[in-house]
Design a protein around this ligand. Sequence first.
Ligand SMILES: Nc1ncnc2c1ncn2[C@@H]1O[C@H](COP(=O)(O)OP(=O)(O)OP(=O)(O)O)[C@@H](O)[C@H]1O
Length: 260
Amino acid sequence: MSETSRVASDRQSVLSVKDLKVVFSGFKALKGVDLEVGENEIVTIIGPNGAGKSTLLDAIVGKSPVASGHVYYHGKDITNQSPYEVARMGIGRKFQNPNVYNDLTVFDNILLALKGAHGVFASIKSKLTAGKRDKIISVLDRVGLLEKGYSKVSSLSHGQKQWVEIGMVIAQDPTLVLLDEPTAGMTPDETHLTGEIIKTISQNHSVVVIEHDMEFVKQIAQRIVVLHQGEKLTEGSVNEVQSNPKVIEVYLGREQIDAA
Ligand SMILES: Nc1ncnc2c1ncn2[C@@H]1O[C@H](COP(=O)(O)OP(=O)(O)OP(=O)(O)O)[C@@H](O)[C@H]1O
């Protein structure tokens, strides 16, 4: 057993994906993938375009239908539950493009995302309790936006908008946070800060991150899962994955050529 697998098995299981298959009109996008995520763990998924990374997250949250296999969350079978049910149970998902209210302040965006919020107008006009205010401030602190609370989201940089959305996800108190390419389009400084935000978030949540930027992967990664053509090629620590000849052949070699 590798060092990283041992660390994973020592943690309380939050998510357990078993032999998951997803088929789109006869095309096998996932051909039997396993994935384990432990409490407060950061698992990073890498792999070439079309490997099935987003499909795996979609299948976990009930957005893509699972043909066979299972998704267990805290030991409960949640396979093919509706996205609404999955979110309600405590799995938060952030997509690639920020889905924020540009004309509202950062603070109000987080307020709208809080559990129990009912519609934009009702949420903003309802009395702000001290509990809600403290909660929003704590979220803003964790995503590095404490000083931007009263700025309109439209005035923020692309990276800051991504952090608002990460804040909106964690405001719902998920146990597990799924992030699909959170650093896409970010500057190097924003990318680095995002890594620090994710490490902070992992103190209270388990996190699964799909990512292409290997510098960023090295910054955050505890365990890396490599997907290729709908299958898990390997998993392990940064060093284990980077020195794996199969990974170099199908992915890292390609990334290095693309970066040159
Ligand atoms: N709704 C769909 N209908 C048909 N085919 C799909 C659908 N969603 C994904 N696919 C196909 O499944 C395969 C896996 O796609 P997926 O988006 O999961 O890959 P990915 O690893 O996330 O790639 P990228 O890094 O480019 O985002 C691709 O060949 C894609 O074209």
